[in-house]
Design a binder for this molecule. Structure first.
Ligand code: AAT
Length: 287
């Protein structure tokens, strides 16, 4: 921490994203990663793992709502949901809002992320309290090996491909996602920013691996100020040819959106997020 600022730069070569820090609330080294909780000046509380911002109180809703409802609302009957990562509870909190969801299994590798989120980020960790949610402290990859053909939706809410999560971005990972899906299921994984060369390379590789395993593969992109470049993108894939990602199979009514306090996702934002700038379309084939 230099002069009261935290800078994330590992994920954005040659540039940095800085947040002004009022207080370091907690700092520790877990068996998996360095964990830091910060009280920032304008983004509220922030969770940092291995010097990478995972979420901030100010804008986490954007990421959590979109990574959840893009796949859920593209599926005609998303009853069984698996979340790989997501130890802060934010994706659990969102996914249970979909009326067809019966169960959500969250598989987080690092128990300390869960415990510290319960302590410092209760507005997200509240997701774990819901009856439909089951938390497993385990490697997502290992969990899927023992759970074939079980899920309608698998959301990879994982850290970036550095450190313990590198395996989540490999070909064998896509194959195991496919094995754990029920017929017609949908996967959705965060893949970083369309503006960052290293992330583009991940997207190129993953879109190719997804195309080898699924009939339909596409990319969605959203804006979020606390991730590098203010952008994060998701790869979605399915074997269900009836799925048209751009047109939600289930549209929340305005009443439902108010009831669930949705702040970013709506049926029209769903459709718009699949409109990708030309430069990215040209770089990333198969989407
Ligand atoms: N919703 C917050 C955003 C995240 S959290 C990523 C979580 O994935 C972390 O809690 C991490 O401990 C967990 N994780 C990493 N590897 C595994 C694994 N193999 N199995 C299960 N959980 C894992 C993502 C932030 C995106 C950052 C964008 N720059």
């Amino acid at each position: 921490l230099q002069q009261g600022w935290f800078t994330e730069s590992v994920t954005w070569p040659g540039a940095g994203l800085s947040l002004q820090v009022e207080e370091v609330l907690h700092k520790e080294k877990s068996p998996y990663q360095d964990i830091m909780l910060l009280q920032t000046k304008s983004f509220g509380k922030a969770l940092i793992l291995d010097n990478i911002i995972q979420c901030t109180e100010f804008d986490e809703f954007s990421y959590q709502e979109m990574i959840s409802f893009l796949p859920l609302c593209s599926h005609p009957n998303p009853e069984r949901v698996l979340v790989v990562g997501g130890g802060d509870g934010g994706v659990a909190r969102e996914t249970v809002k979909h009326p067809k969801v019966l169960s959500v299994d969250v598989v987080e590798i690092d128990e300390r992320v869960v415990k510290l989120s319960e302590q410092y980020l209760p507005f997200m960790a509240c997701g774990f309290k819901h009856d439909k949610v089951t938390l497993h402290i385990e490697d997502g990859f290992e969990f899927m090996k023992n759970n074939a053909q079980r899920f309608d939706i698998i959301i990879t809410d994982s850290s970036d491909p550095v450190g313990p999560n590198e395996s989540l971005f490999q070909k064998t990972y896509i194959e195991s996602l496919k094995r754990s899906l029920k017929p017609g299921g949908i996967i959705c994984s965060q893949v970083g920013s369309i503006w960052i060369k290293e992330d583009q390379d991940t997207m190129i590789r993953l879109s190719k691996d997804c195309s080898a395993n699924f009939k339909k593969v596409t990319l969605a992109t959203i804006s979020i100020p606390s991730y590098p470049t203010g952008n994060i993108s998701f790869i979605l894939a399915t074997d269900n040819e009836l799925v048209n990602f751009k047109i939600p199979a289930y549209s929340f009514t305005p009443e439902e959106m108010n009831k669930h306090k949705l702040k970013h996702y709506s049926p029209d934002v769903h459709s718009a997020s699949f409109s990708i700038p030309r430069f990215a379309r040209m770089i990333i084939p198969h989407i």
